[in-house]
Design a protein around this ligand. Sequence first.
Ligand code: BYC
Length: 474
Amino acid sequence: MSINYQDRIPNNVDLGSNRTLQRALEHWQPEFLKWWQDLGPRDFQVADVYLRTATSVDAKGWATYGFVHMPDYRWGIFLADRDPNRKIGFGDSYGQEVWQQIPGEFRAILRRLIVTQGDTEPASVEQQRMLGHTAPSLYDLRNLFQVNVEEGRHLWAMVYLLHAYFGRDGREEAEELLERHSGDANKPRILGTFNEPINDWLSFFMFTYFTDRDGKFQLKSLAESSFDPLARTCSFMLTEEAHHMFVGDTGINRVVRRTLEVMKELGTEDALAVRHAGAIDLPTVQKYLNFWFSSSLDLFGSETSSNAASYFANGLKGRPDEAQYEDHIAAEQAFTLELPDESGSVKAEQIPMRNAMNEVTRGSYVRDCELGVKRWNRLIEKAGYSFRLSLPSTRFRRNIGSWASVPTDLSGRPISHEQFNAQIGEWLPSESDRAYIMSLMHGVHEQGRMAAWIAPPDRGINSNPVDYEYVRLH
Ligand code: BYC
């Protein structure tokens, strides 16, 4: 079904035919807009921003680009088209009809999954709300706002499901999604990473590379769900998510490129010299990478999880790209985990595959993360330097799961708390690293200019030049 932009809430779900649901969502809409004004991008609400808006849910649906005031962005409800032949793809009910309504016994658990997913979306907007002031260029400022409005739309996606399928409970959950806030001591966001501050653009690029990539894998898992409306909404969200990861990937690439240029000009790799010249030394890039990668690993949950086993058995949440696996039941298989043992080393333990689904997804995520690291390292290698960026072990600095609070070095070797504390400043951004990065953060809002710590992108948006006036400030 095509997207109806005439309605107050644009949609492709024939919202007009369900007056009660339409009214309920129209009641939530002003609350969302108030939240956007209060906690969305700070001080740029009247700027004209060159944004893309979905016009249909297929691959060509991104043709529409134009200048928009962010509060006028047409947030709406878009589900990928329904496949009438779709069958349950995994778990105990493999091969049966997918569900158009929620079976009563799975109501609470599906609500929890949808609320957890929904909670991350406004959280990220809150985390990034001050970044507009320090954008390194108008190109970057526009990308930030594109990411922000789409996260707002992803919130709409989850709120639609809550309103349409969960009755009163769902409406209350939708309200609470606007009441919890990132970093709020009393009402924080649900998952840890979404309460971490994002005060600088290096963190923003790391977040969009590593944390949005968790989004990719979680959405892929939910796109396998037997609850068809959830699967269809997540499928469409994935097309939007791709741009967010692009922003992170190319952002880190441009930081590295600029640093290499400065190293070449100076004829030295010395981190202090690089800093004196106003670029970001590679060891500091590595520390930010360590921080955001390890934080994002926690978003997959515990290595061994009875929740994950029951999501899989009941067909609620599958593995990303489930079709690539041969056995969609996974009832007889085992998975070998590496766990900390009491004597301070590592032991192997076999657990049922279904209980290891979080770890299976985390493994796919790590392999995907490695691709960007390889690309960034190729730049460094080509420039003739021996430094290499790398992902730390999945055991490093974990707060969730078997390795939570077990101190390890970057390679995942268990060490003492004393050793960990003595070296943490070499592994994670220290106060002075953060102060240095913050000292570089000055907004560059003049057309055609770029901050000195980052290289320009290879190309602009939608065939426009890099120095196009992507945001018209007033
Ligand atoms: N922080 O069996 P366990 C995105 C909780 S990102 C705090 O290990 P389970 C985006 C867990 O809730 C994608 N708590 O976990 C990116 C449970 O709590 P309860 C977001 C955590 O259930 C960028 C307990 O620990 N989508 O879209 O197997 C910008 C132990 O449970 C954390 C989803 O997450 C944590 N990191 O898996 C914008 C998908 N991790 O029940 C957007 C929906 C775990 O004991 N969520 N816990 O109170 C899920 O599928 C699952 O809830 C999780 C956890 C994968 C998160």
